[in-house]
Design a protein around this ligand. Structure first.
Ligand code: E4P
Length: 213
């Protein structure tokens, strides 16, 4: 499983990229709105920093508007992936982007059927939202399992991005259940590094070293 970071904050993206393991970035309108910057300018900054896929979401609700917006976004850099909501209009737009060889990430996936439809329309990625399902008392992780099994059984090469990740257990479970990618809030990426026994081990090694030197 690969790691994306789920933020539009350029400092956080640079910090994550410096780790040498970042395979891409996802943004959404809420994350961009927090930054108070021009969306296109921020995408230029992000795409010049990160080589992998950078998801930029359209806000139109009709396919024609989505395609127009998406073409403008895709013109910013070759690694832009157009993020499209899981709606009937979104599916129509995904098919058109696919015909134009523009990559798409179908977002707000909450069922296996939605993921299958998106894949068949030509989506490069689907984003099932784990945390938001957990929030309403449903099992987000079983959705990853179902999508993974369906895509494997039908030889579908659309990649599964485990999204709406809230904590490190989501990350381990998403990898076990077959997600190709997890898109992580920067805070969760940092949490993955930490373990109290690692900290205690470093402290002990250093104190033993100092006793002898
Ligand atoms: C993914 O692409 C979304 O931007 C994101 O994971 C949504 O997460 P949230 O449910 O924490 O807002």
């Amino acid at each position: 499983m690969k790691f994306f970071v789920d933020t539009a904050n350029i400092e956080d993206i640079r910090e994550a990229n410096a780790l040498g393991l970042l395979a891409g970035v996802t943004t959404n309108p809420s994350l961009v709105a927090k930054e108070n910057v021009s969306f296109h300018d921020r995408l230029r900054e992000i795409t010049s920093e990160v080589e992998g896929s950078v998801s930029a979401e359209v806000i139109s609700e009709d396919a024609e508007g989505m395609v127009k917006e998406g073409k403008d976004l895709a013109a910013i850099a070759p690694n832009i992936t157009v993020k499209v909501p899981m709606t009937l209009e979104g599916l129509k737009a995904v098919k058109q982007f696919s015909d134009l060889n523009i990559k798409t990430n179908v977002t707000l996936i909450f069922s296996a059927n939605q993921a299958l439809l998106a894949a068949r329309a030509g989506a490069s990625y689907v984003s099932p939202f784990l945390g938001r399902l957990d929030d309403i008392g449903q099992d987000g992780m079983s959705l990853i399992s179902q999508i993974s099994e369906i895509f494997d059984r039908h030889a579908i090469d659309t990649e599964i991005i485990a999204a709406s990740i809230r904590h490190p257990i989501h990350v381990t479970d998403a990898a076990i259940h077959g997600a190709h990618i997890a898109t992580l809030p920067p805070k969760v990426l940092k949490q993955l590094v930490q373990h109290p026994l690692t900290d205690a081990g470093i402290e002990k090694f250093l104190s033993d070293w100092k006793k002898q030197n």
